[in-house]
Design a protein around this ligand. Structure first.
Ligand code: AMP
Ligand code: TRP
Length: 338
């Protein structure tokens, strides 16, 4: 069988389950923006169907979806260069997810660490959707035949599952229909940690607001959170190896490097030897310089949600030109009478 060549195409998504964090921005969105100027078609998605795997108040979900779209655009994602959508307006995602529910094996799904983390001790009370979450994610990607998926480190296992699903589908039906997607996990901050606990990832669902930087935080709040971030009493090292057992220090240096488009080594060459009392104000100033224009633009865009809705509606139309034929072909391969 000849291996088909797939159009270089990028897909990625973020859940509108709360505000955007610095983790989302450095781990994912910065890469979304740079890939849109490379030789890729790019599709970026607010995954509202994923968000409801845990309870969302309907009014909050609507506002968060629009705010996330504003965050994408304010960060530099252009609706002219990229297709911008919310997942529920492109029904082929959920339709392909059903097929993948019949391809993925229970044993594969039970190994997913994100489910174990999110369901916690009371897994019996978790929604079935939370358990099935990764097959919908595989469908998000493969309904576009996407070849590259930029994400943070925490999504690696889900992307491996996506490849397993594609390979099993291709094998079971004797086709070369779905591509084996490449994860793109790059940059100095693929895993931004909580400001309060260097062993926990920065997350929009952490109950402590002081643990994260929100893209909508104003300059004062931002500076205060950085000033109060947990650190150790030592000075910064001049080489990356000196950060190995210092998770909180490493996190702040990683954030600085990612915000300033530098490597960790370059940053340490400049700030090595400094105490946190000197470094934290530098970091705060850099964060304000880089993030304030984004939060101001988000606020401006949020003043006219109807424009955001128009962009998402247009995006859905463009997306369905890609997804509808791929779903039709999938149904044909599977043996559905059309
Ligand atoms: P989520 O907010 O869980 O929908 O995540 C959306 C994207 O942001 C995914 O690509 C995640 O890997 C990425 N992301 C979320 N939190 C972090 C973090 N603390 N550090 C790096 N990337 C993150
Ligand atoms: N699971 C991702 C997260 O929580 C969000 C997501 C859903 C996604 N579908 C996707 C990311 C497809 C990349 C590609 O971070």
């Amino acid at each position: 069988m000849t291996t088909p060549t797939f159009t270089p195409r990028v897909f990625s998504g973020i859940q509108p389950s709360g505000g955007l964090t610095l983790g989302n921005y450095l781990g994912a969105i910065k890469r979304f923006v740079s890939m849109q100027d490379e030789a890729f078609e790019t599709i970026y998605c607010m995954v509202d169907l994923h968000a409801i795997t845990v309870w969302q108040d309907p009014a909050d979900l609507r506002r968060n979806t629009r705010e996330l779209a504003a965050g994408f655009i304010a960060s530099g994602i252009s609706p002219e260069k990229s297709i911008l959508i919310n997942q529920s307006q492109v029904p082929e995602h959920a339709q392909l997810a059903w097929i993948f529910n019949c391809v993925a094996r229970m044993g594969w799904m039970k190994r997913m660490t994100q489910f174990k983390d999110k369901a916690g001790k009371n897994a019996e009370a978790a929604s079935l959707g939370l358990f099935g979450y990764p097959t919908l994610m595989a469908a998000d990607i493969l309904i576009y035949h996407a070849t590259h998926v930029p994400v943070g480190e925490d999504q690696k296992q889900h992307l491996e599952l996506t490849r397993d699903i594609a390979a099993k589908f291709n094998h079971d039906y004797g086709v070369d229909f779905f591509p084996l997607t490449e994860p793109v996990i790059e940059g100095a901050a693929t895993r931004v940690m909580s400001l309060r606990d260097g062993s926990k990832k920065m997350s929009k669902s952490d109950p402590s607001d002081a643990s994260r930087i929100n893209m909508t935080d104003d300059a004062d709040t931002l500076a205060k959170k950085i000033r109060k971030a947990k650190t150790d009493p030592d000075a910064l090292p001049s080489e990356a190896a000196g950060l190995a057992d210092r998770p909180e220090a490493r996190n702040l240096v990683n954030i600085y490097a990612a915000l300033n488009d530098q490597s960790v080594e370059e940053v340490l060459r400049e700030v090595g030897g400094q105490q946190f009392g000197t470094f934290k104000p530098l970091l705060a100033e850099l964060a304000v310089t880089k993030l304030s224009p984004i939060s101001e633009e988000m606020a401006r865009l949020m003043a006219d949600p109807s424009e955001i809705d128009r962009i998402l509606s247009r995006g859905a139309g463009q997306a369905r030109e890609i997804t509808a034929p791929i779903l039709e072909k999938t149904y044909e391969i599977v043996g559905m009478v059309r």
